[in-house]
Design a protein around this ligand. Structure first.
Ligand SMILES: [Zn+2]
Length: 198
């Protein structure tokens, strides 16, 4: 088994999952935070995800397919009004993106054939097929960005777990947030500058 050390420029925070207490400031902008926000961690996969990242996590889809939720830990933290988004709206928006991309994808193929045929046959098809191709790529880019996880996932990154999933490693974008988090969890929190990944 090869083990790799991973170093961090800014130390990450190691806290027990069940005991961590998140401060009432926004991890994204540092303002006062009152709205609850959840981050779902799936320890088995050693990665973090929020439910709306994956269409299969939409409750109705899961129910229909009989998928049991994997062992998940939910972290409750707080964000400001400005950065608060409800999970539900987000999920629906992303499903819409997927459906839209599916339809656009078919139109895209059709446009490609039209363009291909026009080049092969030497006739002019006008600008519409080219516009279709452009729109497809733009919408693909928008979807990619919307699935990237947003500012919250960037501000609070789950690096991994240790100690039989007792502890979680958090990488925090804001230094002031990290300092307050460590201060408020002084009994349990620990700053870590490197970890070993197996
Ligand atoms: Zn904020």
């Amino acid at each position: 088994m090869s083990q790799k050390r991973q170093y961090f420029e800014e130390p990450i925070v190691r806290v027990p999952i069940d005991k961590v207490y998140f401060p009432h400031i926004c991890p994204i902008c540092g303002k006062e935070a009152k709205k609850p926000a959840r981050i779902i961690a799936t320890p088995g996969k050693n990665r973090y995800l929020r439910p709306e990242w994956d269409p299969a996590f939409h409750p109705s889809v899961r129910k229909r397919q009989g998928i049991k939720p994997p062992e998940m830990k939910s972290l409750l933290l707080y964000v400001c009004d400005e950065h608060y988004k409800s999970d539900e709206g987000d999920t629906n928006y992303r499903l819409l993106c997927l459906i839209g991309n599916g339809l656009l994808g078919m139109t895209f193929l059709f446009a490609l054939f039209t363009i291909g045929g026009s080049i092969w046959g030497g006739y002019d098809v006008g600008i519409i097929p080219y516009l279709t191709v452009l729109v497809f790529f733009i919408s693909l880019a928008i979807t990619t960005v919307s699935f990237r996880g947003g500012p919250l996932a960037n501000a609070v990154k789950i690096v991994g777990f240790d100690g039989g999933i007792q502890n979680i490693w958090l990488q925090l974008k804001r230094r002031d947030y990290r300092e307050i988090l460590v201060e408020e969890n002084a009994m349990h929190a620990e700053l870590v500058s490197w970890i070993v990944k197996s």
